[in-house]
Design a protein around this ligand. Structure first.
Ligand SMILES: Cc1ncc(C[n+]2csc(CCOP(=O)(O)OP(=O)(O)O)c2C)c(N)n1
Ligand SMILES: CC(=O)[C@@H](O)[C@H](O)COP(=O)(O)O
Ligand SMILES: [Mg+2]
Length: 641
């Protein structure tokens, strides 16, 4: 059922937030309606993060109405809920290319607009960043507001607490807005979430607060005098009732909870807060998916949707749709093997930092609910928790995206590898992810992992390798990282092992070319599949490396010695990656050949489709073939040694 176009008379008037401030207050409810509809139309056309945006229509409008943006700084956490913010800040027409090559990013981005004072994509940074801005304003003597808007999910991360801890102590001039919709991507978890629920569901506090404030208002000048101690009175009441908020204990004045869809309440409350200084926290209750019934019912399914995702949701589904014949994703294959092991071995437990769905753990959750730990957005904790479990003989598996693991490399090194603990890391979204862009690209797990002692690193090229790697990891007496991309997974690319080790590379093809043009092409991970036709066309030998650590250097050196050049291809940072390590190791083994390393270039790759991102880094099939051909076509270089 296509979305019916609707007029957006008021929204059409808004080029900048200043235009919004010029509208009559009475027209704002209509504007909110228009914004919600424009959002649906836009996500229908482009896909993107829908449910979180539907939940912040009124909040976004109210913030830009009350605060003097961009002079006042709005720092949105994660940034996945900023589509309306972008619409109101001069990017509405451009949004038709959202997350596409050359279009606006799906997150905030400094380079995009002066209204995006801080870029994000990873969660829980907003309070730190806004605090930095508040302290800078203090240093420079500027009276500007710094406002962090953070979700209840993002609030579960350690960094958010670190920032609150600092801000409360400094008594910084900072407003933190907690956008509480009781959801992370999945239902939110944790004791803090329960604390927010208690705060939400304490009408007694609200009654006391309102009647107390009314009394003060009616007391005229005396009330005003007392008004300065109003926060103190309120704090006292909360203490008396035993419902003091954690935030007050940390030095913030706590306001709310208020209904984040009630525009009048939002405007009044934010207006009042704008007149105050010091650390303030406003608890706003919103509904993820608000205004689109299917998204309200299923905010998890509507966290992110593809093109036409809105109209599809509104079309009654037929249960007879043909099943897709496409191969499974890497995520599905890995999750299936994990479940297989969990079935066999009760020591196998899975840990996810708030990515149950994305990491393919729904099946595991249903089958082994007691053995799945969703720790919230807490990557560092997830890793060290696994370490603790491993010390007690469990076989923990941390299912994590490469990009989010970046948060926890100290834990991987210090807590896991240094103690040689048997923790398995299923590192998903390794490589270029596409529309989420550089904030979410998994470019660094290989170059980081290559240098960590004790850490085994599997780079499976197909489902067969992936299953074997997980099998190996779960009996190995030490840590192991298994990495794979956001893509479909080929079943079995075949090939012969180079030696008897379980971690041996596989030879897929032998070159028939004569010296001096015999090239050994070493494919790393998911790149191997696209190298098969290239190696045939260019007549190279082709090896599927399978394991980056341990690196099977002896059989590889033997094979390389029969060649005149070596080319490595990996979907990870070229700098310090597997290719670099391999070529150096070969040289140390006396095989000193000209080498070409293909990998993610030394710059951040912009968003686009996954194929466009690969092309941007020279890793699509055509570019790889061209690079190798150019390399082979330089006989001087090839014959130089
Ligand atoms: C460090 C990090 N871990 C995980 C994610 C993936 N992620 C994106 S949004 C999200 C849920 C955030 O929940 P919340 O902050 O409450 O925002 P909501 O979507 O509910 O508005 C998660 C887990 C991320 N972006 N960054
Ligand atoms: C905003 C965020 O970080 C997630 O929602 C992310 O976009 C999910 O990515 P996948 O679609 O790859 O699971
Ligand atoms: Mg939330």
């Amino acid at each position: 059922m296509p979305l019916s176009p609707r007029q957006t008379h008021l929204l059409d008037l808004i080029e900048r937030p200043a235009d919004l401030r010029a509208l009559s207050r009475g027209s704002l409810a209509t504007l909110a309606e228009e914004m919600r509809h424009a959002l649906l139309e836009q996500v229908e056309a482009t896909g993107g993060h829908l449910a979180a945006n539907l939940g912040v229509v009124e909040l976004t409008l109210a913030l830009h109405r009350v605060f003097d943006t961009p002079y006042d700084r709005l720092v949105w956490d994660v940034g996945h809920q900023t589509y309306l913010h972008k619409m109101l800040t001069g990017r509405r027409a451009w949004m038709s290319q959202l997350r596409q090559h050359g279009g606006p990013a799906g997150f905030t981005r400094r380079a995009e607009s002066e209204y995006d004072p801080f870029g994000a994509g990873h969660s829980s940074t907003s309070v730190s960043a806004a605090l930095g801005m508040a302290l800078a304003a203090e240093q420079k003597g500027e009276d500007r507001h710094a406002v962090a808007i953070i979700g209840d999910g993002a609030l579960t991360a350690g960094q958010a607490f670190e920032a609150l801890n600092h801000a409360g102590d400094r008594q910084a001039n900072l407003l933190v807005i907690v956008n509480d919709n009781e959801m992370s991507i999945s239902a939110n978890v944790g004791a803090l979430n329960q604390h927010l629920t208690r705060l939400r569901s304490n009408p007694m506090i609200e009654r006391f607060r309102h009647s107390g404030e009314e009394m003060l208002a009616q007391a005229g000048p005396l009330g005003e005098l007392l008004g300065s101690t109003r926060a103190g009175l309120r704090d006292g009441m909360r203490h008396l009732l035993g419902t003091s908020s954690l935030f007050e204990e940390l030095g913030f004045r706590y306001f709310g909870p208020i209904d984040g869809h009630d525009l009048d309440t939002l405007l009044d409350t934010l207006g009042n807060l704008r007149e105050q200084r010091g650390p303030r926290l406003l608890h706003v209750v919103t509904q993820k998916g608000r205004g689109l019934a299917p998204a309200e019912r299923d905010p998890v399914g509507f966290h992110g949707v593809g093109r036409n995702g809105v109209s599809r949701a509104m079309t009654p589904s037929t249960d007879h749709q043909p099943k897709s014949a496409a191969p499974p994703t890497w995520t599905e294959v890995a999750a299936g093997r994990l479940e297989h092991h969990a079935e066999q071995d009760e020591r196998v437990v899975a840990i996810t930092p708030a990515m149950v769905e994305g990491s393919g753990l729904k099946g595991f959750a249903a089958r082994f609910p007691e053995r799945l730990f969703d720790v919230g957005i807490a990557e560092q904790h997830a890793v060290t928790l696994a370490g603790g479990l491993a010390t007690e003989g469990m076989r923990p598996v941390v299912a994590i995206y490469s990009t989010f693991l970046q948060r926890a490399w100290d834990q991987v090194i210090h807590d896991i590898a240094l103690q040689d603990l048997p923790v398995t890391f299923l590192v998903d979204r390794a490589g270029l992810v596409g529309p989420d862009g550089p904030t979410h690209a998994g470019s660094f797990d290989l170059s980081l992992g290559m240098s960590v002692p004790n850490l085994a690193v599997a780079v499976p090229a197909d489902a067969h390798d992936l299953r074997e790697a997980i099998d190996w990891a779960l009996v190995h007496d030490g840590p192991c990282l298994v990495r794979y991309p956001r893509d479909r997974c080929p079943d079995d690319l075949g090939g012969q092992p180079l030696d008897k080790a379980a971690t041996s590379p596989r030879l897929l093809r032998r070159s028939e070319a004569q010296t001096p043009r015999r090239v050994l092409l070493i494919g790393i991970g998911a790149m191997v599949e696209r190298l098969i036709p290239i190696s045939e066309t260019l007549d190279t030998t082709l090896v599927n490396l399978r394991w980056a650590r341990p690196l099977a250097i002896a059989p590889l050196a033997e094979l390389a010695a029969e060649h005149d050049a070596v080319v490595t291809v990996e979907e990870g940072s070229r700098i310090g990656g597997v290719g670099s390590e391999l070529l150096l190791a070969l040289a140390e083994h006396g095989v000193n050949l000209p080498g070409l390393r293909l990998g993610i270039e030394d710059r951040f790759i912009e968003h686009g489709s996954r194929e466009e991102c690969l092309a941007d880094s020279g890793l699509d099939s055509r570019s790889i073939a061209a690079s190798i051909a150019a390399f082979i076509g330089k006989p001087d270089k090839v014959s130089a040694t």
